[in-house]
Design a protein around this ligand. Structure first.
Ligand SMILES: C[S@@+](CC[C@H](N)C(=O)[O-])C[C@H]1O[C@@H](n2cnc3c(N)ncnc32)[C@H](O)[C@@H]1O
Length: 310
């Protein structure tokens, strides 16, 4: 195990964890704001009305990671910001079990929330650590980034302590194939991404290597372990698209909704992340005989919670 730390900022990266470290993340789960106890967030009524619209759009900003060699699949900081504002208060703890480049943690740091992120890949732990360091606001929030399989998260964190789980997991093994750049024409198709497999790793624990059935089962086990860590009525929001594979629609969102319901989560909302404003290349798929919507134009934000009675 190896630890890297910015002490003044309470930013900690832990690489190659072993059993010695488990159950040592001691964080205060209480909010620091003055909001009344029955409020689920710190936003105003005006912001609330805006957030009730169930289709959202976001833009990337300068601090976002768009270099696919650093990480192939990041969401915008502004998306993480919206989710964190909706489902937590200042001072509370946000967990991202598939942390990647640490975008969730950057938004949490901006918003004075504490955060914990897990990822399998060493490079991503370092990337998130450096981003948090650079984004440092000299606030007293606490951010831990841990290299471990997310199936083990419950060994690090106390029950009833997390206010929000927010994440974008891998999409089974649907990206584990060579890029064909079908939305590009002519010479442009043979760009630097052509023929590359844009996968996080080939580690057998990586959800991006699994068939949809194995993936669904492992996701079920991971989220089963995470449920008791949430505070009652704490939200768990998962970002997934559906995909096409061999002319079949693979409905990842349906598999996940069914699996998480089996594990005790309650689905509260389905929000559409409309990506049409950030998709810049449109290829022609299926014309003229087979109608196929472009998967990249929208994704689901599945909002579950831990029911108050569990
Ligand atoms: C879609 S990416 C997350 C990207 C992140 N939202 C961002 O903005 O950078 C999914 C991440 O899950 C990680 N991952 C895959 N299987 C995992 C596992 N079993 N435990 C922990 N992390 C895993 C991958 O390494 C990858 O970084």
């Amino acid at each position: 195990m190896e630890v890297e730390q910015v002490k003044s900022e309470l930013i900690t990266a832990i690489y190659d964890t072993d059993s010695d470290f488990q159950k040592q993340l001691i964080l205060n789960p209480n909010k620091l704001c003055e909001c009344p106890p029955n409020h689920i967030n710190c936003i105003t009524a005006k912001e609330w009305i805006k957030a009730q619209i169930g289709v959202w759009q976001f833009n990337y900003e300068k601090r976002d990671i768009r270099n696919r060699d650093l990480h192939p699949a990041t969401f915008p900081i502004s998306l993480a910001t919206q989710i964190i504002k909706l489902f937590s208060h200042e001072g509370e703890i946000i967990l991202d079990p598939f942390n990647g480049s640490g975008t969730t943690q950057i938004a949490a740091q901006d918003l004075k929330r504490n955060s914990i992120g897990f990822d399998l890949k060493r490079e991503y732990i370092g990337l998130a650590f450096n981003r948090l360091k650079d984004n440092s606001l000299l606030s007293s929030t606490n951010h831990s980034i841990i290299q471990d399989d997310s199936i083990n998260i419950n060994k690090y964190i106390e029950n009833d302590s997390i206010s929000l789980i927010w994440t974008s997991p891998p999409y089974a093994n649907l990206l584990n194939r060579k890029r064909k750049n079908k939305s590009r024409r002519g010479e442009e198709r043979q760009n630097e991404q052509f023929g590359k497999i844009e996968q996080y790793s080939q580690d057998p624990r990586d959800l991006g290597t699994m068939s949809i059935d194995d993936y669904t089962e492992v996701m079920g086990k991971i989220f089963h372990n995470l449920l008791p860590l949430l505070k009652p009525k704490g939200h768990c929001v998962i970002n997934v698209p559906d995909m096409w594979w061999k002319n079949q629609r693979i409905t990842i969102h349906v598999s996940l909704i069914n699996e998480l319901r089996k594990r005790g989560y309650e689905l509260r909302n389905t929000i559409i992340w409309d990506r049409t404003n950030i998709v810049n290349r449109i290829g022609i798929f299926g014309w003229p005989s087979n109608y196929i919507t472009m998967g990249t134009t929208f994704e689901y934000l599945l909002d579950f919670w831990r029911p108050p009675t569990i």
